[in-house]
Design a protein around this ligand. Structure first.
Ligand SMILES: O=c1[nH]cnc2c1ncn2[C@@H]1O[C@H](CO)[C@@H](O)[C@H]1O
Ligand SMILES: [Zn+2]
Length: 432
């Protein structure tokens, strides 16, 4: 039986009787938010709580590197359409009716789903982000939050967007919460002007915060060449966008020169295989070439209205099998690489010492209990990547605090009820 007091506190915790990298292990969190010891047996500790894993597999918390968290409100609202038709006829007109309260409850729902399915960090791009921050703060999860700039080439809009961006970053910083990091997000090259891209690049540099952008989800190159005389990736470089702070979602249509430039500038590319297949963008992220070039590749679900869930276990399996299938090679993205793509590569892009269970790393840990889909445990990484649903996660710990234990998340029922009410009301207003 779960002790109710266990939730939400960064206190000394001993995790016993788990399997880590195919070996029996115990993990000690000393109450600072970090992992302080990993050993077969830990006898010297001051644990306030002891979690008995009963043979569970311990894994690093998943790092979801491309989300629009409030879009969970539009899960299942419109599916089975091409990207631009979907955005312009269904999503954007509905988003025009969003209130701060909608954003808050949408983000609450997303945080709940992520904690339930073993994600401890997400990289989010949306609007009215201080409401997302409130949800993240309450949920206990970790996130990089960016306001999404769309200026549509209009100078007055550009100026008002810059001011919203500055206010958002200042408000997020003022929260002084180590789990909440600010970022900046120009939406994409087809929605943001050259001055918008340049301003975001410069702001990300002076603030030293991530820049999160959609790149080449569908083939944006023919239009970019027509407008600017160069492909998308050189255009982004021309505008100063490419750097080690740049996190580029999708990246399906990069060619060899684009990949070389990503490698040279230390850009992180985020694979979003489920969204890409569902919206049928035409090509899979060129992972084998990116890997050969040394590009850091991370993983994301995209919003829950194009996926339609935020389960990084489903995403990890899909990434591994899509990459094998698309490039016609079963050796592409083996299980240990898929796990790294889903955890430590994203953490690295955000400058977090996370994604690895070892002393000194952040205590962002999940446990997958023994269940019919992970027996026999010949290889716990293989089971995690190829045979585990996120719903098999039973314990989620972020920053040394237990957010879910034995599948229980305090307050879950209210979030389901409220977010559903808010979603129906939003669609009612938008279609009235
Ligand atoms: O797959 C996508 N491609 C491009 N834009 C998207 C996608 N999914 C959601 N948004 C849009 O990005 C903005 C939030 O940052 C929102 O307008 C959202 O609808
Ligand atoms: Zn997206």
């Amino acid at each position: 039986m779960t002790e109710p007091d266990i939730f939400g506190k960064t206190v000394p915790i001993l995790i016993r009787n788990v399997t880590l990298n195919n070996k029996p292990a115990e993990i000690y969190l000393d109450g600072t938010g970090n992992i302080s010891a990993v050993a077969e047996k830990i006898t010297d500790h001051d644990a306030e709580f002891i979690i008995d894993g009963n043979g569970a597999t311990a894994l690093p918390g998943m790092v979801n590197m491309h989300t629009h968290s409030p879009m969970g409100l539009l899960r299942g609202y419109s599916d089975d359409m091409p990207l631009f038709e979907w955005l312009s006829t269904k999503i954007w007109p509905t988003e025009a009716h969003l209130t701060e309260n909608d954003i808050y409850w949408g983000a609450k729902l997303a945080c709940l789903e992520m904690i339930r399915t073993g994600t401890t960090t997400f990289n989010d791009m949306y609007f009215m982000m201080d409401n997302v921050a409130r949800a993240v703060d309450e949920a206990g999860i970790r996130a990089c939050l960016s306001y999404c700039m769309i200026d549509g080439g209009d100078h007055a809009k550009f100026e008002s967007e810059c001011s919203v961006m500055e206010k958002t970053v200042a408000a997020l910083k003022a929260r002084n919460n180590p789990r909440i990091m600010p970022g900046v997000s120009p939406h994409a090259i087809y929605t943001v002007s050259e001055e918008g891209l340049r301003w975001c690049a410069e702001f990300s540099r002076t603030e030293n915060i991530p820049l999160h952008i959609h790149v080449d989800e569908t083939d944006e190159n023919p239009d970019c060449i027509k407008a600017h005389g160069m492909r998308v990736v050189p255009w982004l470089d021309h505008c100063g966008v490419l750097s080690e702070r740049c996190i580029a979602a999708h990246c399906c249509w990069l060619d060899a020169d684009d990949i070389a430039l990503f490698a040279q500038r230390n850009v992180t590319a985020v694979h979003n295989p489920v969204s890409n297949m569902k919206l049928t963008v035409g090509r899979a992220l060129p992972y084998p070439e990116m890997k050969a070039a040394g590009v850091n590749v991370a993983l994301g679900t995209d919003g829950a209205s194009s996926n339609n869930d935020l389960d990084m276990f489903a995403e990890m399996k899909t990434a591994a099998i899509l990459q094998k299938f698309f490039w016609n090679d079963p050796t592409v993205m083996p299980a240990d690489e898929a796990l790294a793509v889903a955890s430590r590569n994203g953490a690295k892009a955000l400058g977090l010492n996370a994604g690895i269970i070892a002393p000194g790393y952040l205590a962002d840990i999940i446990l997958v209990g023994r269940n019919p889909a992970n027996v026999p445990a010949f290889n716990t990484t293989s089971n995690a990547v190829y045979a585990t649903s996120g719903l098999a996660v039973d314990t989620t710990i972020c920053n040394g605090a237990v957010l879910m234990h034995e599948g229980i998340i305090p307050g879950a029922e209210e979030i389901l009820k409220k977010s559903e009410e808010v979603a129906f009301d939003l669609v009612r207003r938008a279609t009235a």
